[in-house]
Design a protein around this ligand. Structure first.
Ligand code: SF4
Length: 321
């Protein structure tokens, strides 16, 4: 019997606002064993879907958390399936989404997309309001090195599944790509990734870097130049791209604090120097703030195609959530 709650939070999430997490997979059951996974190697790699918990247990735990949060006056923007493994391995996820919709709160699922070539998985996820799919590589060899998939998987089949899902999903489709130094951060691979992502027309495309201790200690973030380059390559294709580089500040909120605003904006969008100037003008501030942030090693100046961009300096490993 599982006595612990399968719901947690609500927790603040940059992508989802205040989200109540649903842990519908025991640690750690997954179809992948990504080199950057924060939960460690996958001891239980499987491709068959299974009923890990009774759907009623999940629904009851979530409803209880919603009641508790309401009592405390806390807001919940999303009920989010973000478990310690791959959420679509739960054969009942469709039924659970269906029941949880009665709460009137939007449902989000963050998936590695590896099972999306199966019709029943696509049908289940179609019921959600917000889905994020992982696209770390388009080249088979690179995908194998980063995601270390189950040996029976083929990348082209997974990508076909993602494409198919994107055609019929009416909710918000997002993508997430983790950039790893010397694995998928070449211009060539990023171009391939962005071409594919363009073809599925996502609502948002997130580029992330490992900011928490990864499974493999040799995993490193790309350089700021490459992180910026990746962003520009996505932008050139008109993909609504954002960085997820681990800064959980007040993104885009007006704080009245110029330093804070610059750091939160550049954590998501590298700002071109003319954009920074314009912002400073509006904030009745001046370039000294930027110089100070660069000096303090909080902001990084990088060049791309004769232009200067400012990015928030990458944060290194922080404690696991
Ligand atoms: S897909 Fe997610 S849970 Fe599975 S190994 Fe990769 S990062 Fe970890």
């Amino acid at each position: 019997m599982f006595k612990e709650s399968l719901a947690y939070g609500p927790v603040p999430s940059r992508r989802l606002g205040q989200s109540l997490g649903i842990n519908n997979i025991p640690p750690k059951v997954c179809t992948y064993s990504c080199v950057y996974c924060q939960i460690g190697k996958t001891p239980n790699m499987q491709t068959n879907r299974e009923a890990f918990y009774k759907p009623e247990k999940i629904v009851n735990d979530v409803q209880r958390k919603i009641r508790e949060a309401k009592k405390r006056g806390e807001r919940i923007d999303y009920l989010a399936f973000v478990p310690d493994g791959e959420p679509t391995l739960d054969v009942n996820i469709g039924e659970e989404i269906q029941h949880l919709k009665d709460s009137g709160i939007k449902i989000a699922v963050i998936t590695n997309a590896s099972l999306l070539n199966r019709r029943e998985v696509r049908d289940d996820l179609k019921k959600a309001d917000w889905v994020s799919v992982k696209i770390d590589a388009i080249s088979h060899e690179i995908w194998k090195r980063i995601n270390r998939p189950h040996k029976t998987f083929k990348l082209y089949k997974i990508l076909e599944g993602v494409l198919e899902f994107s055609k019929n999903f009416t909710g918000e489709l997002n993508t997430e790509s983790m950039l790893i130094h010397n694995l998928n951060d070449s211009e060539e691979e990023i171009e391939k990734i962005s071409d594919f992502i363009k073809s599925i027309d996502p609502n948002k495309s997130y580029l992330s870097i490992p900011t928490r201790p990864p499974t493999e200690t040799w995993v490193k973030s790309p350089s700021e130049e490459m992180i910026n380059k990746a962003y520009q390559i996505f932008k050139e294709r008109n993909i609504p791209v954002e960085h997820l580089i681990g800064y959980e500040g007040n993104a885009f909120a007006f704080t009245g604090d110029v330093e804070e605003d610059l750091l939160s904006i550049t954590a998501v969008h590298p700002m071109r120097s003319d954009g920074v100037e314009e912002y400073l003008r509006k904030a009745a501030s001046n370039w000294k703030v930027v110089e100070k942030l660069v000096e303090k090693n909080k902001l990084k100046e990088v060049k791309y195609k004769d232009k200067t961009f400012y990015l928030r300096k990458i944060q290194t490993a922080s404690p696991s959530p």
